[in-house]
Structure formats: C-alpha cells, structure tokens
Ligand binder design. Structure first.
Ligand SMILES: [Zn+2]
Ligand SMILES: [Zn+2]
Length: 135
C-alpha cells in the first residue's frame, strides 16, 4: 500500500498531496537553513520515489535556488510558507515537515550540520514551556 500525505501553506492557497514513503527526516542546522527558516533549523523529509501532486495554487509557488550551492526552497508567494521541492542533486522529493497536514509518519533520523548550530538553540531542555503565549 502506498502512503499518501497531504500538506498546505499557511494562507491555504497552495495544497498538495505526496504519495510515497520517506526514507529520512533531517533537522538541518546549517547557516543557510537558519536564514531560510528564520529559526534554528529546517525540518525536511526526503523521499527517493513517489509522486507529488499540486491540488491547488501551483501558480503561487516560487522556487529560490541559492547561488553556488544545492540549497533550494519552494514557497508560497503569498504567505512565504515552505513547500515541497524536487532536489535534482539527490533525485529526491524534499517535504518540509511543518507543511504537512497529515500526521508525520517518522521521527527525525538525524541532526545535520550541527557544527553550525546557533548558540542560542544548543541547550533548550531547561527552557520553560507554556501551552499558549504567557502573560
Ligand atoms: Zn500561502
Ligand atoms: Zn541546511
């Protein structure tokens, strides 16, 4: 049986479906992913085989390819949310975990480029957590 996964951007203009299995799930701490996400790391699922179908909003998708690198990002031109992209270099579909609406079927397989990790995100286990924005 082929697993299907659904996802969308924040504004909802772009919706997609991916049929296939993910082999790896990397949290990437490289400096490019820090800029790209505005956060500590990217969280991407990788699939060697499968089919990506845009259910709606394909015209709103833009692709940024960073010069002289393999870094690429697909995103919604209206809300900026990360969307799946096809990485020629590794012949894989790359799906941002946060863009999925269906449950993520695997847990992260590895943290990569950890030497580039932002100092502020190294030791977060002691940081207090709140269910909502604290007062
Ligand atoms: Zn959007
Ligand atoms: Zn990265």
């Amino acid at each position: 049986m082929i697993n299907t996964h659904q996802g969308s951007c924040l504004c909802g203009r772009v919706k997609y479906e991916f049929s296939g299995d993910f082999q790896s799930f990397f949290l990437c701490y490289c400096t490019r992913c820090q800029k790209d996400t505005g956060s500590a790391h990217a969280a991407n699922l990788f699939a060697k085989e499968g089919s990506l179908t845009w259910l709606q909003g394909e015209n709103d998708i833009r692709v940024y390819k960073h010069e002289n690198s393999l870094h690429a990002k697909s995103f919604c031109q209206n809300c900026g949310s990360a969307l799946p992209t096809f990485a020629d270099s590794i012949n894989s579909v790359v799906v941002p975990a946060g863009s999925l609406d269906s449950p993520v079927s695997i847990t992260p397989t590895a943290k990569i480029f950890v030497d580039s990790c932002a100092v502020w995100s190294m030791n977060l286990s002691d940081v207090p957590g709140y269910k909502e924005l604290p007062e």
